[in-house]
Ligand binder design. Structure first.
Ligand code: ASP
Length: 327
């Protein structure tokens, strides 16, 4: 039996999502409202949790209660602040976050980019979610929560990760890849980091490390998030969207950056390319990513536009915002 002093905590921060969603019929897996059930109640409903906790104390905190399609920078700030405080505490072994699936990859990448390296290279931060609401006939949330705790308490685990449908993904690679299946995430070419097999974690590669060029942003003050938008290349593309974005708009902060979800290996319609050149000349940073779900842009051509270092358009946008904040 562990003495009271040596008992470590697993802290679960709730932010909402489908995992906390409710529908009026148990058979309805799409017509629900996300973010209805508190995180403490969700945790209380997981059978087998005591066994997986192996003597650890489970504590929870509701940081937000939103559908993650509405994720905001204010919630990111609160989340970062609460994750940091808990990771710093000696009696906390790991931090879990319940999150909607829609923007989970952006939150995971944001935390991976800004949490102090000394903390995330020592302890795990595990985001988890569900594709079916808590009211479902067969909800996936409870199993995902159980798996997330198993990952968090695996000896040596560290870094920011996402757990869904028995797969563990690194924040850097994770991407929502399916609209409704319970196994909704992929790590693309890199493949998952690990599998969770009946609460045992089979690690396939090393636990993720914090990036070497960690962003330094002071989250205890109100942060001015630079405006960075995403534009896409497609058949019949034109300069119109970029040119419109470059126009000053009353009440909207000026555009600081653009990420282009280019076609293939970073190709663009010539008119879009000309507009992006105008954006560069106007002092707007431009990053070239690809709308392809797999692979990275290799820079043989269009070297005037920096590439996104293999980041998807949404993650490249976060990276560019952080870079502009530091500038
Ligand atoms: N719209 C929901 C959300 O992202 C979807 C989900 O959680 O699966 O909060």
């Amino acid at each position: 039996m562990k003495s009271q002093k040596s008992i470590k905590k697993v802290v679960v921060l709730g932010t909402g999502g489908t995992i906390a969603g409710k529908a009026s019929h148990a058979s309805d897996n799409i017509g629900y409202t996300a973010a209805q059930v508190g995180v403490a109640e969700l945790l209380a409903q997981v059978p087998g949790m005591v066994g997986v906790l192996a003597g650890h104390l489970l504590v929870s905190e509701q940081v937000a209660q939103i559908d993650s399609k509405d994720m905001s920078f204010a919630v990111w700030q609160s989340l970062l602040q609460r994750v940091t405080v808990h990771l710093q505490a000696e009696d906390v072994a790991a931090v879990l976050i319940t999150h909607g699936t829609d923007t989970l990859e952006e939150t995971a990448f944001f935390l991976h980019s800004v949490l102090p390296a000394a903390l995330i290279n020592a302890k795990p931060v595990v985001l988890t979610c569900a594709m079916r609401p808590a009211s479902s006939l067969s909800p996936d949330g409870p199993q995902n929560l159980l798996d997330a705790v198993a990952v968090a308490l695996t000896p040596g685990a560290h870094g920011v990760m996402a757990v869904c449908a028995g797969s563990v993904h690194a924040a850097l690679e994770v991407q929502k890849s399916h609209t409704y299946r319970t196994d909704a995430f992929s790590s693309g070419d890199a493949g998952p980091l690990a599998w969770v097999e009946e609460s045992a974690v089979r690690l396939l590669r090393n636990w993720p490390l914090a990036p070497l060029d960690q962003a330094q942003i002071a989250m205890n003050t109100v942060v001015n998030w630079p405006r960075v938008e995403i534009v896409m290349n497609y058949a019949g593309g034109s300069a119109a969207v970029v040119d419109a974005l470059l126009q000053p708009m009353p009440g909207v902060s000026p555009l600081r950056g653009l990420v282009v979800a280019a076609t293939g290996n970073g190709t663009m319609h010539q008119d879009l390319e000309a507009a992006l050149r105008r954006a560069l000349q106007a002092g707007v940073r431009v990053l070239r990513s690809t709308r392809c779900a797999q692979g990275r842009v290799l820079t043989a051509q269009h070297a005037e536009f920096a590439h996104s270092n293999g980041l998807s358009p949404v993650k490249a946008r976060v990276a560019l915002m952080l870079e502009l904040m530091e500038a």
